[in-house]
Design a protein around this ligand. Sequence first.
Ligand code: FAD
Ligand code: SF4
Length: 481
Amino acid sequence: MQGGVPKLQEIAPRNPMPAQPAEVRNANFKEVALGYTEELARAEAERCIQCKKPPCRRGCPVEIDIPAFIKLITEGKFLQSILKIREKNNLPAVCGRVCPQESQCEKFCTIRKKYGAVAIGRLERFVADNETKAKEEGRIQAPAKPTTNGKKVAVVGAGPAGLTCAADLAKLGFAVTVFESLHDAGGVLRYGIPEFRLPKHILDVELDYIRALGVEIRCNMVIGRIKGLEEMLAGEFDAVFLGTGAGLPYFLGIPGENLNGVYSANEFLTRVNLMKAYQFPRYDTPVTVGNRVVVVGAGNVAMDSARVAKRLGAEVTIVYRRGHAEMPARLEEIEHAEEEGINFHLLTSPVEILGNNENWVDELKVVKMELGEPDESGRRRPIPVPGSEYTIEVDTIVIAVGQGPNPLLQQTTPQLKVNRRGNIVVKEDMVSTSIDGVFAGGDIVTGAATVILAMGAGKKAARAIAGYLGYPQDEPTEDSN
Ligand code: FAD
Ligand code: SF4
């Protein structure tokens, strides 16, 4: 190796992430991935060839200078490395854990095809966790509060979109108040993604950082009920950002969905995460799933629900109407679920949920499917096989077939333009809504997507809000991004 950068033929294989063994982790809620050691992090960072025009940066919606933070790791400057990331990303420990890097930054990495992409996400997690340790040991202080410019912005929703917008605006000197309807901040990061993928204390550390920038987070504030949008603009605030997400679950529309023991994934995961059922008996709010759980769906939310149910002690089966290749979840999530002993009934679709005399779910009637021609989504359409119905005995069913926006804001603010799915319509700049001074981003605009896309929208909106309030910011150029 010359000058710290490997020649192509010297590039070592990608370093695997240490993890709890599958047969141990499927019975506890501790984090599955254990994080790189310093030695592994430096070895992985040394795989980066420091491209002159780094394509990885194009794949990062929050514009991190990826080669720069990786180079600082090779030099052992871990605290400088996290500061480099924090110039752009306010939630690095979260992103390092849950971003689908394989379809973002790592997808574009120059060495991906031949040697496997540099593990950018794992390195981001390493420096973020190293910073947390340094804070806990009193080696570094919270960031200084920026000087305020007197303008006030309200952010509705404390998910990744809202938190990113709030933190970026605070860094620019705006006084920001975040209004969150739930009793704790984080959005899906708090109530959806399970503890074993994103521990709550990691999220708390990220929130401490955002609060230290001067952002006020007010929980238990349902905007549209307690306070209206117009009232906010007419009174206290100069602009509003809406990052209310897609928290309304979809159902199957089959008989029996109202029986006891049938949950939406949203309710199931919220009860376990936000109400701390994963810490039973320390918290007196258990979720009793019985011995047999069926999860309907095969996206990331379904995988999370299945793996949570497994950890609550059940035998878990995923029922999905298409085949293995069509499952929408990330490959890694499917592999983790398979390793942990989740059963899969593929090409199988629910027909009816049957209950006992006390209206508790008892059986799920399903039908076998076969795949026909591709439909408008490009995936092959599932067609029922006549006469192939059978039943599965079950104590709990979790429906994980997607979610959409909550209609409350639109119902209470009819001038707010939404499309037929209920998502807020934005103008060409992708963040301005039909109401002057009101901006929006994240799942409420795009429909259910990813953490990093929501954060990218929050960042874009912060720039637009600053411009709207008379503090224009430079747009990132091809070179800076
Ligand atoms: P949200 O995270 O939904 O946050 C919106 C917030 O607004 C919520 O806290 C909500 O309570 C609040 N709110 C809503 N209405 C109001 C109101 N009227 N007043 C005040 N507050 C309000 N993405 C990934 O990239 N990687 C993953 O591994 C991943 N796993 C996921 C697992 C699950 C179970 C789920 C459900 C989603 C997952 N996603 C994942 C998707 C990702 O979490 C979302 O795309 C992302 O959180 C969207 O961010 P957001 O800020 O737009 O909305
Ligand atoms: Fe390093 Fe890959 Fe980015 Fe090139 S594309 S700078 S090798 S991380």
